[in-house]
Write a protein that binds this ligand. Sequence first.
Ligand code: SF4
Length: 252
Amino acid sequence: MSKASQKRDSTSAQASEAAPTADVSKALLLEVYHRLYERYGPQHWWPGESPLETVLGAILTQNTAWTNVEKALANLKGTDMLSVHALRGVAEPDLAAMLRPSGYFNAKARKVKAFINYLWDCYHGEMEEFLQEDTEWLREELLSIYGIGEETADDILLYAAGKPSFVIDTYTRRILERLALKPSDGKSYQAYQRLFHRNLPRDVSLYNEYHALLDRHGKETCKKEPLCRGCCLLELCPRGRLSIDTSNSQTL
Ligand code: SF4
């Protein structure tokens, strides 16, 4: 743990708490969750058999579909590469070849190597030891590693470390905007995350399921061209009601 990181941790936590409160109804945010859960049921995220597999999945899923990540992970499993020790020893070009199905495989091999080297240098390769660190500090450290941005860091925090850090992705932003549940203090990743952190209990199970459900809803229903008729959120959604009213008036 570096002193610089400790300082970053405390200042970022203070800044986060001092930012303006999002103008959003806690009840409405929970109502969205309950409706999604009722519609889709439990999502059983994250699909991974170990914290290492979850971390790798979080890196490999950047800019690609999960089915492609599964193929890359299968390549690693099939060659006994799913350990910190093995990933440290493999040459980057060989790793890139195994990661090819996930796309951007050269960049992703570099990112995986960067994470593994960090873990090796700072924690002797002990993933459990790393993941049990304080949440805010862990997040800062993850963000300092090459190739790990905010969404990937929060994926790792929530699904590998079991820390209450809400994950924001494109689906989440789109659904919230359509529901008129945008944060009142900006459009940044952190503004969206504050909206959830301030209006929901800091509950790992709830964050785990809520993010997975938003992802499912964004893929299946609230797509770029949303399927509003029959959507479980229609009654709560200004954009959905508008599109239904418009389409009804066009058919009259
Ligand atoms: S009603 Fe339409 S726009 Fe609103 S959440 Fe559902 S699919 Fe998305």
